[in-house]
Design a protein around this ligand. Structure first.
Ligand SMILES: [Cu+2]
Length: 193
């Protein structure tokens, strides 16, 4: 009867039943195996990003985004969102806020960038489609991802962290130029052919 305390109060002095020690051993080894899988998958799964994160004030982050837009803007889309073409290898800044991703970055296939992502106001979720790269984006912290686009085209960004009434409208874009187009546009490329 479980309502009353057991007769023998010092249950930890009781010898373990063989079956019990077998199950404890199995559970322990399984736990170790599952834990090792996380490390193994991080290295060989090619899925988890090795990103860095730093503290930054939203105002300071906004200034860096503004400065980059001012320096490298090449146009704007039909909604007035600036299109920015930073030099290859640069630190590039993407800003999340209620409810847009700013600016539209134009990167070059095969070139490596440090992509900074942060939020000015609230928690958002960076989800790059169709490659399915996902990051949580918080105000006060910037995520830095070292990224080398391996195919050209237009990539969509959606917010995948519910952030209010305009959440479903919170989309953005990264354009990846192919190397020929970038050269034709007069860009200086760094990576070898
Ligand atoms: Cu959002």
């Amino acid at each position: 009867m479980a309502l009353l305390p057991p007769k023998n109060r010092l249950w930890w002095n009781e010898p373990l039943h063989r079956m019990e020690i077998v199950w404890i051993t199995i559970a322990f080894l399984w736990g170790i195996a599952m834990f090792s899988t996380m490390i193994w998958w991080h290295i060989y799964g090619e899925q988890n990003l090795s990103n860095e994160s730093y503290r930054i004030l939203p105002e300071v982050y906004a200034e860096r985004v503004e400065a980059m837009i001012e320096e490298y803007q090449v146009g704007e889309d039909e909604f007035g969102m600036p299109i920015v073409r930073p030099p290859v290898g640069a630190d590039v800044y993407l800003q999340a806020r209620l409810w847009d991703w700013s600016p539209i970055l134009e990167l070059v296939e095969g070139e490596t960038y440090r992509l900074h992502i942060s939020s000015l106001d609230w928690q958002h979720g960076f989800s790059l489609q169709p490659t399915n790269i996902n990051l949580q984006v918080h105000p006060g912290y910037e995520m830095v991802v070292t990224l080398t686009p391996n195919e050209s085209g237009e990539f969509g960004i959606v917010c995948n962290e519910f952030c209010g009434i305009g959440h479903h409208l919170m989309t953005g874009r990264i354009n990846v130029l192919d190397r020929e187009a970038a050269k034709a546009a007069g860009m200086q490329l760094a990576a070898g052919e």
